[in-house]
Write a protein that binds this ligand. Structure first.
Ligand code: NDP
Length: 257
């Protein structure tokens, strides 16, 4: 068991990458707490993972709620060893058609909350704890219409470096997992029907050297490594899980003869 005896908090643990990670953490022996807002999905996770998992309804853009969730985790399990700041949103903010509210909402959920999750965790974190941020390849690939999202994810990567410098004296590690196109409900607003979602999967896969989009579990496996003591000398860096989309873009099917 790679996380035996550890206590882990996963924000946005009721869907997609966060849910896959929570499942894996439980399977690897961690005591797990998750947050999210959608009560129906939170209830489904509680039913699936059982009473040992602490399931909390909490909005990460409400900083008092973050503090409450983290305090409740520490109270229930007595310690905090792993924090996966995963919750995020990804709506478009095209230049020329974006309100301040829409832009700032992305920054608040994806970036500012990440800072305050770490700050609220500090009193409970064990020395040697591991914090993982969820980044995105969109921080480097210039996808049109996604300024706020891309900026929020680039900022998260930069912030991980600063915080790693600040927290290294305590042996706390902070790293980033950087997913490419991963098949999760985050795409639902872009597609109406299952057929449309399939078409989107295929289209995205053609721009990825490995020829397909990724699965949540493939990101969760990288998070597990960063959360576990196997990564004990890995600090202030990122693991990119994107099928080669940023490292070898010219290998994508769209460029093959
Ligand atoms: P999902 O939509 O499946 O999951 C998003 C999670 O975040 C949900 O659990 C959602 O729960 C939670 N969440 C969103 N807003 C809030 C909020 N204000 N407070 C608390 N929880 C919130 O998508 P993914 O699994 O794909 O996304 C997870 C992370 O991965 C995000 O940070 C995303 O940016 C990142 N990512 C995803 C990629 C992809 O292709 N899928 C690529 C790169 C990065 P609820 O709705 O109940 O609040």
């Amino acid at each position: 068991m790679r996380l035996a005896g550890k206590v882990a908090l996963v924000t946005g643990g009721n869907s997609g990458i966060g849910l896959a990670t929570a499942r894996l953490f439980v399977a690897e022996g961690a005591k797990v707490a998750i947050t999210g807002r959608n009560q129906k999905r939170l209830d489904a996770v509680a039913a699936e993972l059982g009473p040992e998992v602490l399931v909390m309804n909490g909005d990460v853009s409400d900083f008092a709620a973050i503090e409450k969730s983290i305090a409740a985790t520490a109270e229930r399990f007595g310690r905090l060893d792993v924090v996966f700041a995963n919750a995020g949103i990804a709506h478009a903010t095209p230049v020329g058609a974006t309100t301040v509210e829409s832009f700032e909402k992305i920054l608040r959920v994806n970036l500012t909350s990440t800072f305050f999750i770490v700050q609220a965790s500090l009193p409970y974190l064990n020395d040697g704890a591991s914090i993982i941020f969820n980044g995105s390849v969109q921080s480097v690939n210039g996808r049109p219409g996604f300024s706020a999202y891309a900026a929020s994810k680039a900022a998260v990567r930069t912030m991980a470096r600063v915080m790693a410098a600040e927290l290294s004296p305590r042996g706390v590690r902070i790293n980033v997992v950087t997913p490419g196109a991963i098949d999760t409900p985050v795409w639902n607003p872009l597609t109406g029907s299952p057929e449309e979602k399939n078409a989107l999967r295929k289209q995205m896969g053609r721009a990825i050297p490995l020829g397909r989009v990724g699965a949540s579990l493939e990101v969760a496996n990288a998070v597990l490594f960063l959360a576990s003591d196997e990564s004990s000398f890995v600090q202030a860096t990122e693991i990119v899980v994107d099928g080669g989309a940023t490292g070898a873009p010219m290998g994508a099917p769209i460029y093959r003869q």
